[in-house]
Design a binder for this molecule. Structure first.
Ligand SMILES: Cc1cc2nc3c(=O)[nH]c(=O)nc-3n(C[C@H](O)[C@H](O)[C@H](O)COP(=O)(O)O)c2cc1C
Length: 374
């Protein structure tokens, strides 16, 4: 039977909350959002500090997916967190958010097989659990969206290096002033691709049984938790999302095992994308309450939430935190708009989402800015 979670007041969405070591001013989280605006050497854009600090009234910002190493890159102009210049770039972002009283963690990312030879050293193949090409696209400068390349399977002796890259990235994120990190375990990227029997056909200790397929994400989570403190680490999962050509024959058993394995670490939170990311919430049956029952920590939900859904999820106790993606792109003052039940700005088209400059990034108006010109 599902554990019961205590009901809260109707407007608890706007009340403070704690997630591990993170003290949040409300339960509204900015979801991680890739914007492909990094500058030379994959240093965060000069505009990133303004963009994120405009959104600092979120209880927590999860900064965009960020490469843990050069090999981890899969898209044009996505930032890294492994070089000194990247760390310095991120420092400007975290300082700006903290100056406005916000909290910000970094989503750390290895794209795995969702990459292209163009992003890899000497044009090598991207790496994945197996040599199975993803039926998905990536974004390449000058070419737009193109098919990802055929990956090569990571050798067993390379896997400790991947875990170490996650550990190192977490350390560097703390050096850059982040309040913590979120492991990107979703959307068909490296950690997720290892999890699933549709993308992992290894026959060593990292393939085959659920326990073997879950080994990498659990090792990475433990390494990062040991490095910076588990109470500053979250993990994102997308159990039934087809994003990144993810597929598995038994996601419920798989993710139940992952939750069981993460539980003893004492993480800050688990962040679960319900349904198909950015699409149907009921694309495949999945018992999220059963998954939550296995995890004794803060439960963050995402995907297609509007005000009413978020208020209900928090008030009923079904979730502890709700993250918003697209609404936060278009509404820097989303928290105020949700509190006041004010109308939301509409999201501009795809050409301003992935790449570009200030337009569609830092120029969405707040309610105050709209009132000033009215
Ligand atoms: C432009 C864009 C970029 C995204 N980048 C990321 C990312 O870097 N990491 C991630 O885990 N999810 C990413 N997502 C998924 C969002 O975090 C979120 O799960 C999705 O938008 C559904 O939430 P929403 O309905 O509140 O928008 C992205 C979505 C969009 C629209």
């Amino acid at each position: 039977m599902a554990k019961s979670h205590p009901a809260r007041s109707a407007d608890a969405l706007f009340e403070p909350a704690t997630a591990g070591a993170l003290q949040l001013t409300n339960r509204i989280v900015m979801a991680p959002l890739t914007r492909n605006r990094a500058g030379p050497d994959l240093v965060p854009s000069d505009l990133a500090a303004e963009y994120y600090s405009q959104r600092a009234t979120a209880g927590l910002i999860i900064a965009e997916a960020t490469q843990i190493s050069a090999q981890a890159q899969g898209y044009a102009d996505t930032p890294g967190v492994y070089s000194d210049a990247q760390v310095a770039g991120w420092r400007a972002v975290t300082d700006a958010v903290h100056a406005k009283g916000g909290k910000i963690v970094l989503q750390v990312w290895h794209t795995g097989r969702v990459s292209h030879t163009l992003f890899q050293k000497d044009g090598q193949a991207p790496v994945g659990p197996s040599g199975i090409r993803a039926a998905t696209k990536t974004f390449v400068a000058g070419q737009g969206f193109v098919d990802v390349s055929e990956p090569r399977a990571l050798r067993l002796d390379e896997i400790p290096g991947i875990v170490d890259d996650f550990r190192h990235a977490a350390r560097r994120a703390i050096e850059a002033g982040f309040d913590g990190v979120e492991l990107h375990g979703a959307h068909g990227y490296l950690l997720d691709a290892f999890l699933r029997d549709g993308t992992n056909d290894r026959t060593d200790a990292y393939g085959g049984s659920i326990a073997n397929r879950a080994r990498l994400i659990l090792e990475a989570a433990k390494a990062v938790a040991d490095e910076i403190g588990a109470d500053r680490v979250g993990v994102r999962l997308s159990p039934v999302s087809p994003a990144g050509d993810s597929k598995d024959s038994d996601p419920q058993a798989l993710f139940n095992h992952v939750a069981d394995g993460l539980n003893p670490l004492g993480l800050a939170y688990l962040h679960v994308v319900e349904g198909a990311t950015g699409g149907a919430r009921d694309n495949e049956p999945f018992d999220y309450a059963a998954l939550r029952d296995r995890f004794n920590g803060v439960w963050m939900v995402n995907n297609g939430y509007d005000r009413a859904m978020a208020l209900a999820a928090i008030a009923s106790g079904r979730a502890d935190l709700v993250s918003f993606g697209r609404a936060f792109i278009a509404n820097p003052d989303l928290v105020r708009r949700l509190r006041e039940d004010a109308p939301l700005n509409e999201l501009l088209g795809r050409d301003t989402l992935y790449g570009g400059g200030a337009h569609g990034y830092t120029d969405y108006p707040t309610l105050d800015a709209i009132a000033a010109v009215a």
